[in-house]
Design a protein around this ligand. Sequence first.
Ligand code: CA
Length: 218
Amino acid sequence: MRLLLVEDERRLAHALRRGLTGDGFVVEVAGDGVTGLELARHGDFDAVVLDVMLPRLSGFEVVQALRSEENWVPVLMLSARAGERDQADGLDYGADDYLTKPFSYVVLLARLRALLRRSPQARPAVLTAGDVRLDPSTRQVTVDGVAVALTPREFGLLEYLLRRPGRVVTKIELLDHVWDAPDDVNPNAVEVYVGYLRRKLGRRLVETVRGAGYRLET
Ligand code: CA
């Protein structure tokens, strides 16, 4: 899952990025509202974590602009203070949820996952393909009811494919959405990780579509 984090407090942004990356998200950070809005418009993100008090354009203005353009990317706002007005405003402008600073990372993660589950794309709570089952909320993967341990990268790759059953997904798309630094990653890494998944989950799960990419067997 690709996340956009719009936060001008560099230490907080850095800490959140590190935590979320460790939990298998691909995180891009913007330090002001204008950059955040630009990225949210064109970056194909699965969710946006948006601070309210930002340089150049406030979080309210960012979410309002996105909604006026009919961009329904799930938005979790980080409100600056425990003012009731702040929170109501955020929801009025079209945010999906809000957290008041300071918040615990665990709570942020839980809210984010809830948001991804109920986003407009109607993502199912548990993803399945054949006898493979992935639960995004518990991060558990089972094959025929037996738990399988996956690394965060393998998990991210499987989740991305499971959310696009039957569709051909290109290597570039996988590098963008599953790897953190696509420019530095050798495209062969995708092949290597698909190989890992096949070894752990069954050879027939991910089909290679020659010259195009991969497709999940449904
Ligand atoms: Ca701020």
